[in-house]
Design a protein around this ligand. Structure first.
Ligand code: MG
Length: 380
């Protein structure tokens, strides 16, 4: 029986992870749960799974839950780190949203855990730090949950990177795929929240609309699979049935397909290299009329171009881009800036990023994150 710590239990990945754990209750036990602030939902889960180790990031919400449960719950970043490093836990599912997920990932690695990683900001903010931590803690390993990275992980199947010609990350293109650039000025919050394929949290839905999400995934893929940026491509595939591909040096192109259902990559991340049955919708190829592909428009989707640039510049630039984006997306959701202003401000903040000598360390990553948040917040 493997004990699981689920960080980000109340979001859409959390829901799917809980369903996978339920379908395999003979193999996985929910040991601990963390959430940002939805304490009522956590209360329900705690009762259903008899979970005693709980963290609510938001202190006030944590107090409410403690009162209700009759025992104290952890709060804040230290609480998240504690749940990520619980001695009894075998697998940490990190489905936290945003840069707050970085330190818990690191804690889990330092304790030699298996990390099933859905928090892409971990790798964007501190990729080299995570790579070094994995090297120093050989018992620990990461399996990706993000559907694209799960697809690449499955296509690679442990093949050495020397055999890889390139990684091809697919993108749905989001709700503005077919909009002309002159309409971008008038994009509303409601337009941007209307994702054609996936139903997700607000932040990642906006990131999908701007294609920043794909940009973050490019950087995540670079660090997870240790593949240079000029060997990572993005291809728009509106049907979102091919979740990503690997081009090998012998000309073979491997793809992973499946219904767009996050339970599949979550289960792969938990059970790899085994494959267990999963009760979920199947892809019926004969019922699909067509598969289409085209190159992304880097003019329309400036965020995607900026992410490639941030990745190639390296150092603190990805961390600063990511932090600025988080703040700007919040402000966009509050109606304080236009959709087209998101990349404009990110570009300005990236231009101010200091260059560092040597390999990025944790302190530099955290400082860059704080600094970029300040810069972005000072615009309002
Ligand atoms: Mg994804």
């Amino acid at each position: 029986m493997k004990k699981v710590s689920l960080l980000g239990a109340t979001g859409s990945i959390g829901d799917s992870a809980i369903d996978v754990i339920k379908q395999h209750s003979d193999q996985f036990q929910l040991h601990s749960i963390a959430a940002r602030s939805q304490w009522k939902k956590v209360l329900q889960l705690a009762k259903e799974f008899n979970v005693k180790r709980i963290c609510i990031f938001d202190e006030q919400a944590g107090k409410e839950l403690s009162k209700e449960l009759g025992f104290p719950v952890l709060t804040g970043i230290e609480g998240l780190r504690e749940l990520a490093s619980e001695p009894e836990v075998d697998i940490v599912i990190n489905a936290l949203m945003g840069a707050v997920g970085c330190l818990p990932t690191l804690s889990a690695i330092e304790q030699g855990k298996h990390v099933a990683l859905a928090n892409k900001e971990t790798m964007v903010m501190a990729g080299p730090v995570i790579q070094d931590a994995l090297k120093n803690n050989p018992k620990s390993f990461i399996t990706p949950i993000d559907s694209e990275h799960s697809a690449i992980f499955q296509c690679l199947s442990g093949r050495p990177k020397t055999e890889v010609e390139n990684l091809q990350i697919t993108a749905s293109g989001g709700p503005f795929r077919d909009w002309s650039q002159d309409r971008f000025e008038s994009i509303t919050v409601a337009d941007a929240l209307n994702h054609p394929v996936w139903s997700m949290g607000k932040k990642i839905t906006i990131d999908s609309a701007s294609m920043m999400n794909k940009g973050l995934e490019v950087i995540e893929a670079h660090f997870l699979f240790d593949i240079p940026y000029d060997q990572i491509k993005v291809v728009v595939h509106p049907q979102s049935m091919i979740h990503s591909l690997v081009q090998f040096r012998d000309g073979s192109l491997m793809a992973q397909l499946g219904a767009p259902d996050m339970r599949i990559p979550i289960q792969v991340a938990l059970t790899w290299p085994e494959r267990l049955p999963l009760n979920s919708p199947r892809l019926d190829l004969a019922s699909l009329s067509q598969f289409t592909f085209f190159a992304p428009d880097f003019q329309k989707f400036r965020c995607l171009a900026l992410a490639f640039e941030a990745g190639k510049r390296g150092g603190v630039v990805p961390a600063m881009m990511n932090a600025a984006n988080e703040v700007l997306v919040d402000h966009f959701l509050e109606g304080k800036l236009k959709f087209v202003d998101i990349p404009r401000h990110i570009e300005n903040i990236m231009a101010k990023a200091p260059s560092i000598s040597g390999r990025l360390d944790l302190k530099q990553a955290l400082e860059a994150d704080t600094e970029a948040r300040k810069m972005a917040a000072s615009l309002f």
